[in-house]
Design a protein around this ligand. Structure first.
Ligand code: DHB
Ligand code: FE
Length: 288
């Protein structure tokens, strides 16, 4: 059966990808951020999954604002890198895991999550930047296949934090019932606090971010109790992306250990963080 071996949450700021693409990671502005990734990257490289289930949001690149599904799953054989206005990032296209995708769609619908399916999807910075955070030098291809899971965080009303956590729990059940012997990592992406426009543009709330980073491990229910308005008030209009971390957390068991985390301000307008957790229940020889 498939196992969830680890979960990683990371910001997906486009300029983090641009810094890598343009060889600026040693510049004084960027070096502290990338130094913070070092430990987690080494651990992830030593614990390669077969598939990464990447929970992310499209930023009106592949999904037209006229039709915005609350939750979706990509079921394609492969996903092209989106052109967000300055050409696609110079990174490999993304290989899908259609059998696992189809299984997840079926299981989720049977579990009362009426999820949209994307048979064709170009993936934007929301997905490719987390892949680059995980694997900075992919060469010809990324080290694992990918199932994209899409969450609407950009158009009101976004799903509640509690619903995102419940979706994660259903995704966890779906993955663990997949009959192939696969190692699966789950990525939660976006955040931390940031607001890109309006009177509060540039907002960072370190107190809230550190509370979130702390509670995501063993007290996620403290985070699912917050409303979407709480997230926007505390973390900013784009900081609500943090609800996608709860999908990742919901997919993992209660038996997790923090491998590493890092928090850095600013990356562009954003408080950037990475948090990596091992799922101890998935270790060889351990049955849940
Ligand atoms: C930035 C952050 C985001 O999450 C995003 O999707 C786009 C831009 C930023 O801080 O620049
Ligand atoms: Fe974003």
């Amino acid at each position: 059966m498939a196992r969830i071996t680890w979960g990683m949450a990371t910001s997906h700021v486009p300029s983090i990808g641009a810094a890598m693409d343009n060889h600026k990671t040693e510049d004084p502005y960027w070096k502290p951020l990338f130094d913070g990734y070092e430990k987690a990257r080494t651990w992830m490289a030593e614990h390669q999954p077969d598939v990464a289930v990447i929970v992310y949001n499209d930023h009106a690149n592949a999904i037209d604002m006229d039709l915005v599904p609350t939750f979706g799953i990509g079921t394609a054989e492969s996903y092209d890198v989106a052109d967000e206005g300055w050409g696609p990032r110079p990174v490999p296209s993304v290989v899908g895991a259609p059998d696992l995708s189809e299984h997840m769609v079926r299981e989720l619908i049977d579990d009362s999550f009426d999820i949209a399916t994307f048979h064709q999807l170009d993936v934007d910075h929301g997905l490719t930047v987390p892949l680059s955070v995980y694997c900075p030098e992919p060469g010809e291809s990324w080290p694992c296949a990918v199932v994209p899971v899409l969450v609407n965080v950009i158009q009101y009303p976004q799903p509640t934090a509690a619903r995102c956590y419940a979706l994660g729990q259903a995704i966890g059940r779906a993955i663990r019932s997949f009959p192939q012997d696969l190692k699966v990592a789950v990525f939660g992406t976006g955040g931390m606090s940031h607001q890109l426009s309006g009177a509060r543009a540039g907002l960072i709330n370190e107190r809230f971010d550190r509370m979130f980073l702390d509670k995501i491990e063993h007290r996620p229910e403290a985070l699912t109790a917050l409303t979407r308005e709480d997230y926007i008030a505390e973390a900013g209009t784009e900081g609500i992306e943090l609800i996608m971390w709860l999908v990742m957390r919901g997919a993992m068991s209660d038996n997790i250990a923090r491998v590493h985390d890092t928090y850095h301000v600013p990356a562009s307008n954003t408080a950037a963080a990475l948090a990596l957790f091992e799922d101890l229940d998935s270790r060889e020889g351990v049955t849940a």
